[in-house]
Design a protein around this ligand. Sequence first.
Ligand code: XMP
Length: 513
Amino acid sequence: MSKEMVVVLDFGGQYNQLIARRVRECHVYAEVIPYTKTVEEIKAMNPCGIIFTGGPNSVYDEQSPHYDRAVFDLGVPILGICYGSQLMAWMLGGEVAPAPVSEYGHTEVTVDQTSLLFRDVKKTSVCWMSHTDYIKAVPEGFRVTATTASCPCAAMEDADRKLYATQFHPEVMHTEEGMKILHNFVYDVCGCKGDWQMSSFVKTTVEALRQKIGSGKVLCALSGGVDSSVAAVLLSKAVGSQLTCVFVDHGLLRKNEGDEVEAVFGPDGPYDLNFIRVNAADRYFAKLKGVTEPEKKRKIIGAEFINVFEEEAKKIGAVDYLVQGTIYPDVIESGLGKSAVIKSHHNVGGLPDVIDFKEIVEPLRMLFKDEVRQVGRELGIPEHLVSRQPFPGPGLGIRIIGEVTPEKVRIVQDADAIYREEIAKAGVDKGLGQYFAALTNMRSVGVMGDFRTYDYAIALRAVNTSDFMTAEAAQIPWPVLEKVTNRIVNEVQGVNRVMYDCTSKPPATIEME
Ligand code: XMP
């Protein structure tokens, strides 16, 4: 197992996990811990480096997060970033004040290339700034190693004590030389060898889960999505049949999906775990009968999920741990909480209230989506599950506009299967963020053979997106759309028209409801 680790001391900035992720990309294990952890606790982690993160506060405000000066006596190299750089300056006797000019966004920075931190870094490059305070005077023993037009101290260091700081954010993509700077910090300053790989994460996590759970009983709500699948397999590796996965098939899954999940996780699959599939389609259809309002549909599907799950959990009896496939972006999203509700997301967030258990286990909490996929590959989970595109909790229920019926589910499942098949065949699936067929609530007149038809219109959607917050309609090659259209109208009974959704998000959303 990897012995090297960098501690990322969290002062409340928005890029904290990103810092850890970048360090992991340098093959050095990194973990984010809150600033409320003591120096003793950090010492016990035996880090080879510490990074103070950014944060929204001003160091000179009394109520702002500060830290114990003893951290500088550990002899462990420290890199302060943004608020972290100001904190370092302020704690060591430098001066921090409101900046005459705040900087935000792309900024040209000039570095002193003799600094170890800036070894092989271009003398002048673009960095990402976001600050209203600045380091007015560096502490004794420090020297300024970078400047911008408005910031006289964009970086400083006391190389003898291995203390480094940047006002800008090396972790964000917009900082051209950011990765090199972080690489220099972990390798040249901290002396790391870089022995960490995703396989180490798997090994360490499985070991830690085993220790924690002992002979306890574990319950997992498995959706077949990437996150819950990876979490379940980690748990299965750790505690085998002490784990029970409950898979609620609400009848709103994509074509054959329920069977595919069962093939991997069920008794004939390769994993050591207990698998319960609940075929609850009829219950869902009964509850959704006559309901057309999108939010109401979402609420019903979410609430019914909890009902079904609770019933199963009661049959299993008291469990010690509940596994959730929470990943880092979920943590941020739920942390925000203040933005307007556009759509109420259905996920397992409601479960803890209704199930009797001691503790939640979230083994993927610090990982980004692509890291989770990497873990999945390490664990040998089939590629079609690991690289699956996102699928919403309420499933096809929100891809059918208006009332949800078994007949409409059949139509959208068949159309979607054709669309996905042709997209994959044409090899255009790789770059797409998400693509699917939805059933509009529109029926129109057509002609098939010599007969008049009055059937539904399918809408095809495909988007390019990196974060799913904004998206652009993808330019699917016309011949592919033509082929898909022909196949859908010919093969899917009840459809006589196919449309392509050209709308971006905003103003539309990715899903239709
Ligand atoms: P929208 O439609 O809001 O979707 O642009 C953004 C992303 O979120 C997914 N999505 C959901 N995921 N539960 C989920 O787990 C939900 O209720 C839900 N609604 C939307 C959507 O598929 C897209 O990836």
